[in-house]
Design a binder for this molecule. Sequence first.
Ligand code: NAP
Length: 291
Amino acid sequence: MKTSVAIVGCGTVGTALATLLGKAGYSIVGISTRNPQRASEIAQSVGARQSSAAPWEFTRNAQWVFITTPDDVIKETCDLLTSKDAFCPRTVVIHCSGAHPSTILESARQCEAAILSVHPLQSFASAKQAIQLVPGSYFAMEGDPAAMPAARRLVTDLKGIGLEIKPGLKSLYHAAAVTASNYLVSLIDMSLEFDRLAGISPQTAFQALTPLIRGTLKNVEAQGIPEALTGPIARGDISTVSGHLTAIREHLPEFLPMFVSLGAHTVQLALDKGTISDEIAHKLQHILRSR
Ligand SMILES: NC(=O)c1ccc[n+]([C@@H]2O[C@H](COP(=O)([O-])OP(=O)(O)OC[C@H]3O[C@@H](n4cnc5c(N)ncnc54)[C@H](OP(=O)(O)O)[C@@H]3O)[C@@H](O)[C@H]2O)c1
């Protein structure tokens, strides 16, 4: 028997889920967004039986209900559905947020439904792109133990790779994703600012830094951490690090705290790699601290 699915909040992720699960043989019983015209268009394109701005009209017909609204309204959407008795016993209610635990759906338990969070560890700019990127992506899963088999089956049917995480530590998992993705962007921006003051235009700097960034990622992939670490801290080159700190303090002091914090962590990595002694590490930490 096909698993029946309802999608509440049908933007980038909701549309991709409806499309991919439809292709995988699931029965899409209903699609809901606040704009009924758009809900109807998406329902037609994925072969859903119903569309409505009032999801409680069809969620009781679904074994799995996805709440794929923006993060800020997942809880209130779930609470509204619970108040309308819109879940059956054993319905699995799922959200896809990386930032929030499954427990933001806990009101659904009043209907004896089970709750899950299943987060695709990807960045999707559009539904079309999400449909292409979901297969092969990792999905962080946590929630009611009784519903975990459903999470595993969902990820397998989406051709993804499951990652079971501890519910209480979801914020740390999400901080890891933010660091690897969003903060990488911020880090590259800091590099471009340094180059801009050094007289290199952002366009040229970006072109020049891109092969370096790609090379570093290849090294990390091939050798791991800390082996992939190179540069003045890994070499214990105290005068070079000191020169960086002087130049940044003079020209772009607002970046100094970030540069110093990253430097301090890099000293620890160089120690772990074994390329600097305890004495050099101590000296490096001292000049970083006395910025
Ligand atoms: N996009 C990504 O890269 C990505 C990656 C991983 C996980 N996620 C997660 O996936 C979930 C959905 O994200 P998304 O990027 O698909 O968001 P989205 O494109 O903004 O879509 C959100 C949908 O929710 C509907 N909606 C908005 N406000 C609503 C409300 N108050 N009540 C009911 N429906 C509402 C919107 O349509 P109407 O305005 O017509 O109602 C829209 O269909 C989020 O939890 C997000 O964290 C996203």
